[in-house]
Design a binder for this molecule. Structure first.
Ligand SMILES: Nc1ncnc2c1ncn2[C@@H]1O[C@H](COP(=O)(O)OP(=O)(O)OP(=O)(O)O)[C@@H](O)[C@H]1O
Ligand SMILES: [Mg+2]
Length: 237
């Protein structure tokens, strides 16, 4: 199958610290892939290295078969990659509309208008809040705004870091369903998630990280049905 992302023996982290100790991972075009693992094991760092926000030390990152290892964020955005961070993913002092406009800073005004319209179709709640400050949104609405903003650049590959953290179960379900919809529209998705079961139920495949390494990978179905992994990582105990 055609891979949108292929990571080989990736090492990376921050200027003088290595957090990722040789990650091998791929995402096929049109796939929804979930990464799970304990706190501090390097999940966020991995997404940040992929998006040029943390340091690439060694190894290869192929995107659409081109080597983009160590590329800067703006170049990666131009290639169709977008990213929703785990924290601080909206500008609280800007309105919803201004937040969305920030996501399309590189688009011309007509394209930007269309993109904002598309985002509002996906999250109708946002439409009603366009002129409100992002600070006034609920946690769930903020995540919707953060995802919408990431979509404004019309990505073909979306990196999401714990989009359901601290949300009510209703919003958690809704956000994951929205992400699944994006996949059905043709966007490939790589998601880091604490709510492992919720996300794996919609995913094609999963990876389990520990101490900056992949310790297991399989189809999402296998992971969900594996009693050893399931009990520990899916919070069933
Ligand atoms: N800016 C930074 N500089 C140096 N070390 C950092 C930085 N950010 C994170 N780390 C360290 O990198 C390691 C991995 O952190 P990371 O945030 O990637 O883990 P995580 O798997 O996303 O955890 P969580 O599930 O809590 O979000 C941790 O030891 C953390 O302290
Ligand atoms: Mg994290």
């Amino acid at each position: 199958m055609n891979k949108i992302l292929e990571v080989k023996a990736l090492e990376g982290g921050y200027t003088n610290v290595q957090i990722l100790n040789g990650i091998d991972l791929y995402v096929n075009k049109g796939e929804f892939v979930t990464i799970i693992g304990p706190n501090g094991c390097g999940k966020s760092t991995f997404l940040k290295v992929l998006f040029g926000l943390a340091t690439h030390h060694k190894g290869t990152v192929l995107y659409n078969n081109s080597d983009v290892s160590g590329w800067r964020t703006d170049r990666l955005v131009d290639q169709g990659i977008s990213y929703v961070p785990q924290v601080d993913n909206v500008f609280p002092s800007l309105s919803v509309r201004e937040n969305l406009q920030m996501g399309g800073i590189r688009l011309n005004s007509k394209k930007l208008k269309n993109s904002i319209e598309r985002a509002c179709n996906m999250f109708p709640d946002l439409q009603e809040r366009m002129n409100d400050l992002a600070a006034s949104l609920s946690g769930g609405e903020r995540q919707m705004l953060a995802i919408s903003r990431a979509l404004i650049s019309e990505p073909s590959f979306l990196l999401l870091d714990e989009p359901t953290a601290a949300l009510s179960p209703k919003y958690q379900q809704e956000i994951i369903a929205n992400i699944d919809e994006l996949r059905m529209e043709g966007i490939s998705v790589l998601l880091v998630e604490q709510n492992a079961r919720l996300s794996l139920e919609r995913s094609n495949r999963g990876y389990i990280f520990s101490s900056g390494k992949v310790i297991h990978t399989s189809s999402a179905k296998n992971i969900l049905n594996d009693p050893n992994i399931g009990d520990y990582f899916l919070g069933l105990k």
